[in-house]
Design a protein around this ligand. Sequence first.
Ligand code: C2E
Ligand code: CA
Length: 614
Amino acid sequence: MNQGYEMASDRLRNASFHLAGLVLGGVNVIGGALLTLYVLILKADSGWIDYLIPIVMQIVGYGTLWLRRTNVKDEIKLRLYSLNYVMIPLHLYSFLNDAADPFWALTFLYVTLAFALQNRMLVLTSSIASFVGLILIMVLSSVETITVVDREDHLLRLILFAIFVAYVIWGLKVGKEKEALLYDYMNRAENTAYEDPQLAMPNQLDFNLYVDYQLQKTELIIAKIEINDYQAMCDVLGHQKCDALLHVFKERVIESLTDAAHVAKGEGGQFLVAFKADETEQTAQRLAVLPETLSGMYILQSFDYILSVSIGVAKSALDGRHSDELMRNAQFALNHARSLGMNQLIYCTPELKRSSLKTIQLSDGLHRANLDEEFHLVYQPQLNLRSNQMSGVEALVRWEHPDLGNVPPGVFIEVAEKNGFIVTLGTWILRKACAEVQVLNDSFTHPLRLAVNVSVIQVEQPDFVGTVLAALEETGMSPDLLEIELTERAFLNHDEANLKKIRTLQSHGIQVAIDDFGTGYSSFDVLKKVQVDKIKVPREFVDYVDENIDNQHILETILSMASRFGVTCLAEGIERKEENDFLVRHGGEEVQGYYYSRPVTLDDVRRQLVALKA
Ligand code: C2E
Ligand code: CA
């Protein structure tokens, strides 16, 4: 039941009772005064009984008004206000006795007020009392008294009065029904706010309230359980099947936990669990088996699906005394669990918090950054072993964060990919590199090829091809001097659109290299899909290749495969002469590494070129 709305409606009702009490009190005071005057002036043969009613009316009226200003409990006040209704038969008595029309009107006013108060019981009791009083008076009064006014006249008024009361009761009934509908609506609106409508279970809002409430009394352990790739799952299954699967998943979550655990639905494919931390050991055991119990095959009526989960856990004793903080820390743990692969359960740790906050700081810093002020490019020369000439340069971005100083691209590129900033940054890098290298090339007869790292997120942009071509056009760089370096992720199975864009770029003469060749799952697959121009062998396969037999086998295999496919092979990260010599001996074509040059400014590249020529 909706407590908030119930209280609001009670307050409204009490306020209307107060108001009605005030009005009734006022009417009794004024009515009593008028009646006194009437008796005094117009009734020559009045006895003490004629003053009784106006006096009672005034007492009740003043009493009601006085009552308002006291601090008598509201509940009692309301009961006392309703004493005003008892006055109705008295008015009727007067009305009968003297056929005074104003009292007729007054009677109607009272019943109407009862109607306004929406209290059926009051209308009924006052009406019944009125009827009984009326009939008693009619029966018991002497014929002389009663015939002051015509008997038929009374009868007609009685009938009218009965019709009016019936109408009031009907009106109240309709009113009540409408009120019930409104309550029902408000209850449901409230429930929707606190309940997940799809799974009929508490939602995140409810969970936060629960956590904050419990944290005042006890320690909690909370877990955020996430179905991996939930959105992709929904896309594959369609929404109906996805909902059905969520229901079964919910059941599994609830079955796997104790009754003491509070389970709620989080955003998307997330479920939230709160345990009281009294039985920490048992809770830890229960949590530990969750990845296994919740992942795997789900068999439903018309389909089955294999899913995996990631779980992040936070403890109130270590990670915060407020739902916001706890949820945030559980989310940090969940993010880490997700990055580790399938079915991982991770507890939040101080290091995790630190690194997550750093990521947030970096993400924020990227969005605020002034590109031209904080970013610049350095270039690492690439050498052709056969001609012993510098054949090209790889552009590598550098970021000077105003507070954190130099942040390595290995750290911030990942953040930029996650927050989408890589699109803006990538375009800036492309244009800047083309412009700078074009200036350099203008002063040499043998132009350098420019290699630019491009993230898969950039490739996924609808205007990716247009952006690359525009950068070339703006800077005047020839397309066959540009090489884009892509990791295998850009060539993954489901990205047919990406492949199309890559082929379009190639059709303009732009070259394509696969970065970190051999470190993904699908290196050979990529070679089948796109006629790449170059493969780049990462440092890990070059490292001590002269001594490391495994690396020798890998490098020899890649080199011979490259020559069979007619693809240029560039070995990265050459640091020692022995590594370089190995490559020369085994027919390596291009190299890049600290042995020749670290990434340097373009002025340094120019100096190296001049030195090579000399
Ligand atoms: P990567 O594309 O594999 O770049 C090569 C990295 O190895 C560079 O690190 C380079 O400085 C380093 N390196 C080159 N030769 C040697 C060597 O002999 N020994 C050692 N130990 N390291 C060597 P850097 O500049 O820190 O870049 C790291 C990664 O950041 C890059 O790996 C690339 O994935 C990414 N990155 C850098 N610049 C860009 C960019 O402009 N756009 C994009 N999308 N990613 C970039
Ligand atoms: Ca690269």
